[in-house]
Design a protein around this ligand. Structure first.
Ligand code: AMP
Ligand code: GLY
Length: 418
């Protein structure tokens, strides 16, 4: 099977690592890719936001399966264009990707499917903003309704900051949603689906804030770990029954079947599990810790989802142990990341590339805010964590920063579910 991965982050590097270890994969490409994916997959330039270009590349390269990593091409219709070209594609249609592309669409689907989520209030315009915030009360959760790469949400007890964020989104022409605040630890649970059958993967936890102790601004994600030793034993079965399957069934009922990766961002609140958000793709950086634990060959699984044959797929097999990934970010991330710095010590096992490129002299340079996702597995979380940080210590990148507490609260048993 010739497999083409679309995207250029550490999630795509992790996908390439897993795909390249599947004996069914005879050729692998990652477009546009990064300095890390180039070592194990062919590279090709492509504008991922252009569905016609993505489909043309897939056809020209002779792909049997296209795996779309990021949300931007999905929301633009890349999966539809690839399927129209007669090639199997892992990823939802443009319509179905609205579950991530529009938070209000996701809320409608959840309401129709009876899926538990935060109450939300759409804001009709600037004049309504403060009234809506006061109705919802503190802590305030103010969201850009559209795609914002994880940076469209402000959660704060500071009313002025909440008002300012709402105005910023409205002034930029966006729509604002105010939400009920959800307490409790967060879980990212991925499910592979062909639109009917739903296979959940192992739960993971992301660390969204920039700094240790969950301080600082929200980012795309600073690190992750899996599995979750503190999660209730029945969590996956419960979320499958109350969130994932009803959502997939509702999408099919609407005539917009969702196939690909349904990512449920959950809060385990004192009143039960609530959906914080859906994404229409593998999470980044959670994928970097989920895939190393998956023993089932990945290409066969994704191909089954892309071709509607997941019901015949054998049950997933998982490795024992745990995985931890630590994101090494560029100076200035997330506000204004500096790029172009040389990166060394980044070619060892488990060092997944996110924002990197190779210059004309062959030097690897930073090319994005999140530069590397340094990943390790171990017999347990503590061992995986230690191994990941040992690998981080070998990386050289001027101005780099990373959190030193990825998976620490879980290792120390400080996470509790009411
Ligand atoms: P989102 O872009 O919707 O995933 O939100 C980004 C992050 O903001 C989430 O991972 C949560 O940490 C936080 N967040 C979003 N919605 C809520 C909410 N209703 N209550 C508390 N925290 C939230
Ligand atoms: N880790 C957050 C996301 O992928 O959206």
């Amino acid at each position: 099977m010739r497999v083409l991965v679309i995207g250029s982050g550490a999630r795509e590097h992790a996908l390439c690592v897993a795909l390249s270890s599947d004996p069914a994969v005879t050729a692998l490409a990652c477009a546009p890719g990064n300095a890390g994916t180039r070592a194990i997959a062919e590279a090709a330039p492509v504008d991922v936001a252009d569905p016609v270009a993505v489909a043309a590349l897939a056809t020209g390269w002779g792909a049997d399966l296209v795996v779309v990593g990021p949300e931007v091409p999905l929301v633009a219709g890349a999966a539809d264009a690839v399927r129209d070209a007669g090639i199997a594609c892992f990823g939802p249609s443009e319509q179905a990707a609205q579950i991530e592309g529009s938070k209000s669409f996701a809320k409608h689907v959840m309401a129709a499917a009876g899926v538990p989520t935060a109450r939300s209030w759409p804001v009709g315009g600037a004049a309504e903003l403060e009234t809506v915030l006061d109705e919802a009360g503190a802590p305030y959760v103010v969201k850009d309704d559209g795609l914002a790469a994880g940076k469209g949400v402000v959660v704060t007890t500071d009313r002025a900051a909440a008002v300012a964020h709402g105005h910023r989104v409205l002034d930029a022409g966006g729509a604002v949603l105010v939400e009920e605040y959800l307490d409790g630890p967060e879980v990212s649970l991925f499910a592979v689906t062909d639109g009917t059958t739903v296979l959940p993967l192992v739960p993971a936890q992301d660390h969204k804030r920039r700094d240790d102790g969950d301080a600082g601004p929200n980012t795309g994600g600073m690190g992750a770990y899996a599995p979750l030793p503190w999660a209730p034993a029945e969590l996956v079965e419960e979320v499958l029954a109350t969130v994932l399957q009803p959502t997939v069934d509702e999408m099919r009922r609407r005539g917009e079947p969702f196939s690909g990766l349904l990512y449920a961002g959950l809060a385990l609140t004192s009143r039960g599990v609530r959906v914080v958000e859906f994404n229409a793709r593998f999470g980044d950086p959670e994928t970097q810790v989920v895939l190393p634990l998956l023993e089932t060959p990945l290409a066969g699984l994704l191909h089954a989802a892309a071709t509607g044959t997941l019901a015949e797929h054998p049950p997933l097999r998982w490795r024992d142990g745990a995985a931890v990934t630590v994101v090494v970010a560029a100076a200035g991330y997330p506000e204004a990341p500096r790029t172009g710095d040389p990166v060394t010590g980044a070619d060892g096992e488990g060092v997944l590339h996110a924002g990197t490129t190779v210059d004309a002299e062959g030097t690897v340079r930073s090319a994005g805010g999140r530069v590397l996702a340094v990943t390790a597995t171990g017999a347990d979380l503590a061992a995986a964590r230690q191994a990941a940080y040992e690998r981080v210590a070998a990386v050289r990148l001027a101005g780099a920063h990373w959190r030193s507490d990825i998976a620490l609260a879980a290792v120390e048993g400080r996470i509790t579910v009411d």
